[in-house]
Write a protein that binds this ligand. Sequence first.
Ligand code: GKR
Ligand code: MG
Length: 436
Amino acid sequence: MKITGLKLYPIAIADPPLRSSYGLHAPYAIRTIVEIDTDEGIRGIAETYGGEGPMGLLEASREQIIGMDVFQRTGLWLDYERQAAAESSGDRSQTWFVPGENPMDRHTRTFAAIEIACLDAIGKALNKPACDLLGGRARSEVAFSAYLFYKHAGGGGIDGDAREDEYGEGLSPEAMVRQAKQMIATYGFDEIKLKGGVLDPDVEIETIRELRREFGPRIPLRIDPNCAWSVDTSVMVGESLVEELSNGGYLEDPAPGMEGMAEVRKRLLAQGIDTPLASNVAVTHFRHIPEAFRLDAVQIVLSDPHYWGGLRAQQALDHFCGVLGMGVSMHSNNHLGVSLMAMTHAAAACPHLTFACDTHYPWQTQRDEVVVGGRIAFHNGRVRIPDKPGLGVDLDYDQLARLGERYAKLPYRKRDDEAEMRKHVDPDWRRVLPRW
Ligand code: GKR
Ligand code: MG
């Protein structure tokens, strides 16, 4: 089955003013919907990062993609691998890049978008769900976590296109407990992730404590400041939250760099604290794993089919981590239903992925969904593998056109959370790592 066409739909989706150590989310997040046509009249779809960078890379590969057999993708992978080897072997970590903007990830990101679209098309041709093309599922429903963000008032979008502020302002421990209760009541999640690195660490520690008081040990907790803390601060937080981050919780990317993570781990272990450290910043590529393992810098790898190289690479990562005795969880960024389904199929096919996956999905709304039938349903915090071929979702072309018009009107073509911070919160704001 040969690829005969490649369509790229750039879109903008309303996004609330969420905070992280990167800065502030803009009123619209940008994504790209990818669609391939084949000579058998079957289409395949995928969703990936948005803006000029990711779109340009896909465009640059157009000639190679057209004519490619959807079953024969190894050549494209090897080609990207050769290009990557010929380029800088510098730091591939995401410490200084927002996800989707790391130039070192560009080949695996581009490959992932094409691979996922190919698997969607193959699934439709064979009448099989995508996860069943990967050797079958370890689970038929995938758990996601309540992903809490400190946020300013506002629901995203601008002017007449502004969204209702469903969760309200969230800049205190009490407000975050309210946010968690509301998100859990709506989706049924039974694990919580708090995006930290925003307020003073003492306030973030208090937030986690309040969440523990409210939900008890039945709901595992994790906190992710995206490298905003020094080694000393990370150790202090680890010491303060020993009990709260136990029972399936973890400390995610507390300090910058592999060495920093290793030092945090060493100092916590020296005190008998074995809270696992997770990462989607220090570890973003297969070549990071040996070092992370050797230094004991990371015990849980946050996978993500969007930049690890697609569903099969995700499964290889799961296997790799299983062999090394490392845990696997899943990272996310703003996304819609196509990505959610790719993440769900990926996680279903990964036996070692035993943590609830991250998802930004609750922060988007029905008005911004591009799949036919509207938002994907969660049952008790889980997404079920649908009894449909491929990813199990189809594109709503009217919605795509609407979101494409909105993209065309945007003055930006890449995510820049620092610029948003300077525009709306503090004109002098710079991302400083570590900040505390
Ligand atoms: O959406 O601001 C955000 C997050 O900070 C995101 O960009 C991160 O990549 O969710 C991510 C993470 O776990 O680091
Ligand atoms: Mg993270």
